[in-house]
Design a protein around this ligand. Sequence first.
Ligand code: ADP
Length: 489
Amino acid sequence: MDNQNKLAFDGGWQYAPAPESTDHITIDGQYGLFIGGDFVAPESGKYFESINPATEEVLSSVASASSADVDSAVKAARKAYNGPWSKMKAAERGKYIYRIARILQERAREFATIESLDGGKPIRESRDIDIPLAAAHFFYYAGWADKLEYAFPGKRPVSLGVAGQIIPWNFPLLMAAWKIAPALACGNTVVLKPAETTPLTALKLAEVVRDAGLPDGVVNIITGAGETGAAIVNHDDVDKVAFTGSTGVGRIIQRALAGTNKKYTLELGGKAANVIFADAAIDQAVEGIVNGIFFNQGHVCCAGSRLIVQESVADEVVQKLKDRMETLIVGDPLDKNTDIGAINSASQLETIESYLRLGQEEGAEMHQSSRDIPTTGYWCRPTIFTGVSQSNRIVQEEIFGPVLAIQTFRTLDEGLSKANNTPYGLSGGVWTDKGSKIFKMTQKIRAGVIWANTFNKFDPTSPFGGYKESGVGREGGMHGLGAYLRLEG
Ligand code: ADP
């Protein structure tokens, strides 16, 4: 253990609290549905609460959209599509998208704070990753709006119409940006539903859309749970469905869309492996593992939830990981020192805890950091499992929490076959000093994104998506445009 870690571990010193203030934000007590450019009451009159998972306090009540509300939103989107949006010059469309990007940048601090309050993620992450990347997606796709024919030479790109978009709770604003920005750039209108536990930044984005002056109905944002999502998927006048969430719901959606004319993209679960070779820069690799699974509470579909480490350095890596885990601060998401925030909901915490029990029942050895965690709210200590076998459910299934399963390997082929041995294929990581090993591994790991000597780095220009049960289609980059267009000629 190095000196700095040892000091923190021994409780020799603590950081003074550095909480982000909430004075600069406003959250209304109640939000309606953003349909046709206005916030309207839900047809059923029903609302549900969005809580702060770190304190269990209610932040706001949001509308529960029925299928009648979904129908109104789709009608508003169709009217805007047939009306101003599909007739507008592409360069003009681009200007609106730039405007959204700029307003998001101006209001970045407010968005970051609300994201951390509503979702439980550390402010450092929402401030440095979620919100800047969301703005970057709008900037990137704004630039494509009037250049679509250059993306697809020899083809005539034609917009699809109304896109129904359903997103999860792990990156609420960023997922909204991933979905809305390319859809608008390609000339579509949208109906977007955020997850029921994290609706607030999407509703704030509705304010941005209104302030940016987009024609009414181009972007509609409606809230609700799974039934609202299903009503979007099954609506006859939706031309494209874009979904990010669990593989289970993805399957339901794929079945519902089979035999229809709707285009779809599905970005589903993952069980990414970080493969560390003995020649890797070990300290850097350990930091990459920590970043890949513990930061953001493991609430990332491409989280590095498996570690496959070459046998000769396994003891060293595991010891360094354990030391580093002791220094990770689990606590107030608004505190700038926090490494691991709150688990998003009581039910997600229950899921994680059931996997912790299962891992032990399966015979694996569990190790957790010994630091204190808060007593109210939903929290999970960073956890590793060693002594796991390939068939264990904690190795095969997505847990979506700060839980890492560790396996070892001797030869490159063994490491590769372990890395590929899950039903998922969203992402992966390779840590080695040798370029040749990077090339061999990245060509053969069956995953949509593979990082080498780094992990969880995103950029709007890079496509993202899965192999196998991790999904269908790509988002981001030029590939992300293709998902919102029909190519003629
Ligand atoms: P997670 O496990 O990440 O919460 P889910 O797949 O349950 O993922 O949820 C992702 C999104 O899908 C949420 O917005 C949720 O409301 C929505 N959803 C849940 N069930 C359905 C369904 N049957 N059809 C469409 N959307 C759904």
